[in-house]
Design a binder for this molecule. Structure first.
Ligand SMILES: Nc1ncnc2c1ncn2[C@@H]1O[C@H](COP(=O)(O)OP(=O)(O)OP(=O)(O)O)[C@@H](O)[C@H]1O
Length: 247
């Protein structure tokens, strides 16, 4: 497969913090419609890798191509416009706005959060809100104030806010942290749905959940890739057991 076919092509990526290489000459390719899970011990560089892809952290060297376009020099807010969405662990929803309003304010070039109450949505925006609400399982909660949602529902709403921008690459950092067993199952189903139209990268520590969602698993260790492949293969890899799964 030539690199033109990948949603994301990371090559020879390096970042140093005061001489310490948190990401060390790392190469990674993610297909369109692929759900990739990144695992590895604490400090392996997983979060730093996502920070580099979304533009929060500047790389020291290497290349990051999104849909075959070099994005290394492109600032974070422009990468969002290109179609790269990133969800952090803490939800950043507007607790005082309804689910509907949270989704509406997330529409690209939509109104600001300050104008939320006086806002009249166009048919395009309303249609997108309905579709996204159905995708995240919150169709019956559109008028609910976001602050009243359960922890899991807040996480799904934030994913929905990212989906409003129709990202072609969505990155999620430990999406099931703090969720109940039922919420975890629903999140697995949600991730299966949303990777049908885009590439998704998930950082996760819960191996049962990884098994449920991953198309392929990348194991990181000390800023490098230790192993990569289907979960069964990675799980049986003595190197992976030694540095991570055996602990
Ligand atoms: N801005 C920074 N300045 C200095 N060091 C940093 C910075 N960001 C990350 N690091 C270091 O880089 C290494 C990788 O950290 P990172 O948070 O990416 O690991 P991780 O695999 O996400 O770990 P965890 O599973 O604990 O979240 C760590 O040693 C961390 O201390």
């Amino acid at each position: 497969m030539s690199s033109t076919d990948f949603a994301l092509a990371v090559e020879d990526l390096t970042v140093s913090f005061d001489g310490f290489k948190a990401i060390d000459d790392l190469t990674l390719y993610v297909d369109k419609n692929e759900l990739r899970v990144i695992i590895g011990p604490n400090g392996a560089g997983k979060t730093t890798l996502l920070d580099l892809i979304c533009g929060k952290t500047k790389a020291s060297g290497g290349s990051i191509k999104f849909k075959n376009e070099e994005i290394l020099q492109i600032p974070e807010h422009k990468r969002v416009r290109l179609g790269i969405g990133r969800k952090f662990q803490t939800p950043s929803i507007y607790e005082n706005l309804s689910v509907l309003q949270n989704l509406e304010v997330s529409y690209p070039s939509g109104r600001s959060v300050w104008g939320a109450l006086a806002f009249k949505a166009t048919p395009d925006i309303s249609a997108r809100v309905q579709a996204v609400a159905a995708e995240i399982g919150l169709s019956d909660k559109l008028d609910t104030e976001a602050g009243l949602l359960s922890h899991g529902q807040k996480q799904w709403l934030e994913i929905g806010m990212l989906l409003m921008q129709e990202p072609e690459l969505l990155m999620l950092d430990e999406p099931i942290a703090g969720m109940s067993a039922k919420e975890r199952d629903l999140t697995a189903e949600l991730l299966h749905r949303i990777c049908q139209n885009r590439a998704v990268i998930v950082i996760e520590h819960d191996m049962d959940f990884v098994k449920k969602i991953a198309h392929k698993v990348t194991v990181m260790h000390q800023g490098k890739i230790l192993a990569e492949g289907p979960m069964e293969q990675v799980q049986a890899d003595p190197k992976v057991i030694d540095v991570y799964l055996g602990h």
